[in-house]
Each structure stands twice: as C-alpha cells, then as structure tokens.
Design a protein around this ligand. Structure first.
Ligand code: C2E
Ligand code: CA
Ligand code: CA
Ligand code: CA
Length: 279
C-alpha cells in the first residue's frame, strides 16, 4: 500500500501554542482555494477482523501546506474551528468525497459506509446541515452510505440545535458515531441525549491491551456497554495481531488501525479496496 504522509506529521506538536505568524498563515490558507493550497484527504479502511472483510472507511483530512509542509489535522482543524473556516473546509471536503463515492458507486457498485468527522460548531450550526443534505441530494448519494463522527468534548453544552441536527440526520438514515469513546467527560450523557448508533472505542484503550489489566477491564466494559444499548462498535488504533485477537475474543470484531492499513490516498484506496468490490 502506498504510504501517505500525515501520520508522520511535522515537528509541530499541536499542544504547543501555535505562533501568531504560523496561525495567521494557516488561517489565510484556509480562506483561499483549499485544493490549490495543498489540502487533500485520505481514507482508512474499517475491517471485520474475523472475516478480513472491509466494512467501511473513515475520511481524514490532510494539508500539505506550501510553507509549513504537512500540518497535523488537530492543528489546522482547531484553527478552522476557531476562525469559523470549518464550515467551508468541511463543505469542500464533502464535495470531494461525495464526488469520489458517486464515481465508485457507478464504476464498482460501491455501497459501504464512509465516515466523516464533524466538529461541535458544525453540529450546532443553523445552516450547515441544510447544505449537507442538499449536497447528498445533489450527488444522489443514499444517506445510509454516510456516517458522521462526533467527538465528546469537555464542557460541550447540549444546544437544542445540535440535538435537532442529529435527529434530522437520524431521520434521514445517516449513521452517527461517537468518536474517541471513553476519553471524554460526558460519555454517558452523550449516549442518552443524542441518537448515537455507533461507538468508536478510543485507541488509548486498545494500546493498553496486554499491558494493563485495569485498562483491559475498562475496555471490555465499554464493549459490554455498547452491546447492551445495541450500538455498533469499532475499535480504533488497532496496531498488532494481539490487539486484534483480544478485541475479537471480547466482542469487538470491527477494527481500524495500522495493523490493517494506514489511511490511503483515494487512488490507492480504490486499487486496494474498491476495485474488486463485488457488484
Ligand atoms: P480521529 O478522528 O480519532 O482519527 C483517527 C486518528 O488515528 C487519525 O489521525 C489516524 O491517522 C490515526 N490512526 C489510524 N490508525 C492508527 C493506529 O493504528 N495507531 C495510531 N496511533 N493512530 C492511528 P489523524 O489523521 O492525524 O487525525 C487526527 C484527528 O484530527 C482525528 O482523530 C480527528 O479528530 C481530526 N480530523 C482529521 N480529519 C478531520 C476532518 O476532516 N474533520 C474534522 N473535524 N476532524 C478531522
Ligand atoms: Ca474520527
Ligand atoms: Ca478517534
Ligand atoms: Ca499494544
């Protein structure tokens, strides 16, 4: 599989404060033509570890900045979120991804789910989802082929608009996954307030398999929790056979991680996964 930069982000640690100059340059880049400015995306497969079958993919944004090289997604997503450019960035991404999905649907009968990450400000935005649904219609993408991933955040309030938007997604058959599950503050309230139908177990739990009994116990409890409320499950950050087997044995067969594949550019993803898709 072709390697795609992005998992090996530049020296910059997103926890460091972005310098004023860098930040304003990034913001400026976000306001311009994203494609010309080096913005692109990759796709990471989600695989059933029991059967080896592909079950879906997650879209991950990348930015090869003309001045800074590869910028880590958490850095530019945060700047986009703060500057209000996340709306246009995500809309641009949706157009790119929908174009690709439609092409794959026509050429290969592609009908698996594609997941797209959404930030809190988009979830509570009064117009973003109108735009989103319009694009779905315009590209004639069946909504069951789309999943949105939402992340729990500290102090995220339940705006009634967020709930309204998520209920609208649900009514249209769009799947809603909760990302980084187990790491946030309000995990249980998320599950009870929002129409979540999938849980993505955070990689920090997966990484402790075979190393820390307590974390393994928390992990298996999260799996039981998902089963008991009839949520679909996927484990992220699966890097080793040991992790894959542990998860399979404990009721979580669907995995995403380097053990299976890195996030791939669309052409590599097509060659490795879509091309042989059975119509
Ligand atoms: P995430 O949504 O939790 O995405 C999973 C991250 O784990 C990705 O990092 C992926 O490359 C990485 N990963 C995949 N497999 C493995 C593995 O086996 N081991 C390890 N250690 N990591 C693995 P990436 O691409 O750097 O993205 C980081 C975060 O940036 C994402 O975390 C997501 O929160 C955000 N992000 C990326 N693209 C977008 C986007 O288009 N929109 C929004 N709103 N956020 C995005
Ligand atoms: Ca995600
Ligand atoms: Ca995640
Ligand atoms: Ca490990």
């Amino acid at each position: 599989a072709k390697e795609v930069p992005g998992s090996f982000h530049s020296f910059f640690n997103p926890l460091m404060r972005t310098s004023y100059n860098r930040k304003s340059a990034i913001e400026k880049g976000l306001k311009g033509n994203l494609k010309e400015n080096g913005f692109y995306y990759v796709l990471q497969p989600q695989v059933d570890g029991n059967t080896g079958q592909l079950v879906g993919a997650e879209v991950l944004s990348r930015w090869n900045h003309p001045e800074f090289g590869e910028i880590s997604p958490p850095e530019f997503i945060q700047i986009a979120e703060e500057s209000g450019e996340i709306f246009s960035l995500t809309s641009h991404l949706l157009v790119e991804v929908f174009t690709q999905i439609k092409e794959w649907q026509n050429r290969f009968g592609w009908n698996l789910k594609t997941a797209i990450n959404m930030t809190p400000s988009l979830l509570s935005d009064p117009t973003f989802f109108d735009n989103f649904f319009e694009l779905l219609e315009c590209f004639k993408i069946p909504s069951h082929l789309i999943e949105i991933e939402i992340t729990e955040q500290a102090e995220l309030t339940y705006s009634s608009k967020t709930l309204e938007n998520l209920l609208l997604c649900k009514s249209k058959g769009i799947s809603i996954a909760i990302d980084d599950f187990g790491t946030g503050f309000s995990m249980i309230s998320y599950l009870t307030h929002f129409p979540i139908n999938k849980i993505k177990i955070d990689k920090s739990f997966v990484q402790k398999i075979g190393q820390n009994r307590k974390s393994e116990a928390v992990l298996t409890s999260l799996i039981h929790l998902a089963h008991s409320i009839e949520c679909d499950l996927v484990a992220e950050g699966v890097e080793t056979l040991e992790e894959s087997l542990f998860l399979q044995e404990n009721g979580c067969p669907v995995h995403q991680g380097y053990f299976y594949d890195k996030p791939l550019a669309p052409d590599a993803f097509e060659r490795n996964y879509v091309q042989d898709f059975i119509k």
